[in-house]
Design a protein around this ligand. Structure first.
Ligand SMILES: Nc1ncnc2c1ncn2[C@@H]1O[C@H](COP(=O)(O)OP(=O)(O)OP(=O)(O)O)[C@@H](O)[C@H]1O
Ligand SMILES: [Mg+2]
Length: 303
């Protein structure tokens, strides 16, 4: 297990080692969250790299990643633990059949099915990364329960007793902001809005994630995506789409953008027909022209 970073710079390096290009503000808040032992609450549009932070952190720190994927109706039996009823029934039957008169002990460890929150407290003594992904998809009752767990990192199983982490896990919470998360929970956390990256950072992300891409192609792809994000689209392309698009264009052996390649591959970048329709046609040429001039002006190395 790697020890925690001791400065903002080493936090940035740690993420970079895992292929994550963080800006200074993210590295700062992450460093503080680790230092202060507080959960990090990440909010942002889809595909901007929220989930990836937890994955990279776990890998770079060499700690297990435990993921709680939230959804509507998520309850304790899926998030914390449940009893294996089928196995308990078999045990009871067997003990009845044996006729020893002893009551079967069906509330013991081997009948307990551990779900992510319980595992996060137990595994490696709590020294893991707990990713609570897309918290906005759960309901408020679950949020209130989570608040309790995050306050003292302990859980009570009525039949067995209290489980407490030796060391609080590193907690990363993400949300897409489909609803507001309660202030009480936010107060426990350090907050960071994960924004779309600047052109410079997006280019660095492409260099890390699509290393074989020709330089001109990467620069034009980034400039194009950045231009698209200034348009009034229903759903802006995230970093994930930029990576996919560059990969797709490489697969098609392109070394730069051209109108045909753009129109053939728009579906990699935009996932709504209305957006594709709005961008196709006359506007496509204008955006491509704007992107090409941006790419050569802004992103070319200074002479
Ligand atoms: N700063 C970055 N450095 C490296 N890769 C990045 C960065 N930001 C995003 N990515 C890449 O973009 C992809 C999408 O990231 P991720 O799944 O973390 O997005 P998200 O914000 O969790 O999206 P959603 O809200 O849809 O779950 C991943 O493949 C990730 O590698
Ligand atoms: Mg995610």
């Amino acid at each position: 297990m790697t020890s925690l970073p001791t400065s903002i710079d080493t936090t940035e390096d740690l993420l970079a080692k895992g292929g994550y290009v963080a800006d200074r503000s993210l590295a700062t808040v992450l460093y503080l969250a680790l230092k202060m032992g507080r959960p990090l609450f990440l909010e942002g549009e889809a595909g901007v790299g929220k989930t990836e932070i937890a994955k990279v952190l776990a890998e770079s720190l060499d700690r297990p990643l435990i993921r709680l994927q939230c959804y509507e109706g998520l309850d304790i039996s899926s998030a914390v633990y449940e009893w294996n009823y089928a196995a308990q029934m078999v045990e009871i039957r067997q003990s009845e059949a044996a006729g020893s008169g002893e009551k079967a002990d069906v509330f013991s460890d081997r009948f307990l099915v551990r779900r992510p929150l319980l595992r996060a407290l137990e595994e490696n003594g709590g020294r893991c990364v707990l990713l609570i992904d897309e918290l906005d998809r759960t309901d408020e009752a679950f949020e209130a329960f989570l608040l309790e767990v995050l306050s003292d990192f302990q859980l009570t199983i009525p039949e067995m007793g209290t489980v407490k982490a030796e060391e609080p896990p590193i907690v990363i919470i993400t949300t897409n902001r489909t609803r507001e998360i309660h202030d009480a929970l936010k107060r426990r956390c350090l907050y960071h809005w994960v924004d779309y990256p600047s052109a410079e950072r997006e280019l660095a992300i492409l260099a890390a994630k699509v290393p074989g891409a020709p330089e001109t192609l990467s620069e034009e792809v980034v400039a194009y995506v950045q231009t698209l994000r200034t348009k009034d689209l229903f759903k802006n392309p995230g970093v994930a789409e930029t990576i996919d698009w560059a990969t797709a264009l490489m697969e098609l052996d392109r070394i730069a953008l051209d109108p045909q390649a753009v129109s053939d591959t728009l579906g990699v970048l935009l996932k709504y027909q209305d957006d594709i329709a709005a961008i196709s046609g006359g506007e496509a040429a204008a955006i491509l022209k704007e992107a090409k001039s941006k790419a050569s002006a802004e992103l070319a190395p200074a002479i």
